[in-house]
Design a binder for this molecule. Sequence first.
Ligand SMILES: [Mg+2]
Length: 386
Amino acid sequence: MTSQPVFPYTPRLRIAEIRLHKLAAPFSEPFGWSLNWATQRNHTVVEVITDGGLTGWGDGGSYDELRRHPELVLGRSPFEMEAIFEELRTPPYLQSRSGPQWSGGLDVALWDIAGQALGVPVSQLLGRRYRDRVEPYCTALYRKNWPNLEEGLAEEARNWKALGFRTLKMKVGFGPDTDVSIVAAVRAAIGDMGLAVDANCAYDAGTALALGRRLEAFNLRWWEEPLLADDLVGYARLKSQLAIPLAGGETLPLDQLITNYIQPRLVDILQPEIEYVGLTGGRRLSHLCWLNHLRLIPHNWGTAIRTAAILHWMSTVPPVSEAIAAPPPLFELDCTENPIRNAIVRHPFLVDPTDGCIPVPTGPGLGIEVIPEAVREFSVETITLR
Ligand SMILES: [Mg+2]
């Protein structure tokens, strides 16, 4: 392991301590999707403290290997984020490139520190900035214990539209007849605004193809995860036969996204999860998606810290097309009940109804202020590595 600064101008910062904050909060009412019902939210928030006094924040990741071998990261420069990202996912400590550890939250925290150390926003370090405002799509419209599912979803959809969102995503995967019925109800409720559906891998290719033919009538922006993520033959069949853009990739590690999804253009829209790919991997995906003519719309099931990282990333994702009427670059804004999401930052991200966008933070690093007392309030365990 090198402990030399990677660049001569690297500030003399060393990673002195890592705190993994395990947070949890219950919901006021459960909600469901094709696989499960949820009653609470859990997050792992990563706090990286340097000996120079700067602290970086990230969100998400699995750090069992790092807990056994903290020397992989402690004492190194936060500017070695690229090397640290690689070493945490490759031998000698792991046996596979898609091994059990993913370190997206730690990676984000190192980029946050790097930006703060240089006095520039993370977006400026990631690459060319194409935009300073990014449009979120609203993820909501899960299944709840409404007396009438169609009416409940229709009313909820109208509320999200009124808040200024231009695109909504709803859950399907409850059986083809139910799916067609609820999509029709939501489409009727919201008029011609953007609507996408997400089946969370509910179907086999034959069922999905038959259902997809029925859903083609509803002018959907995309169909997300109709099949299991590793049914590559099935995705290829749907993509060649359905007139709905296909989307997926939220559960996959970096290299599988590249070899199985981007290179064969398995889907129309890649949805990487920053918890797995970090900003370091995300930057590679930006370029590879652009080279392969895929749209990139990040998955986002985190706190406002993760949303901040995604905003910086999205400001640097090259447009597939620069046509005036090309589909806008989007990212996911999870709007389901989550007591933790916005409570741990001073200024939560809210959609601006005048253009449906959220501005990319302009302050140094991630450009957000995390509230440590709020993190402690939701904490069920804190693991300190030093
Ligand atoms: Mg999804």
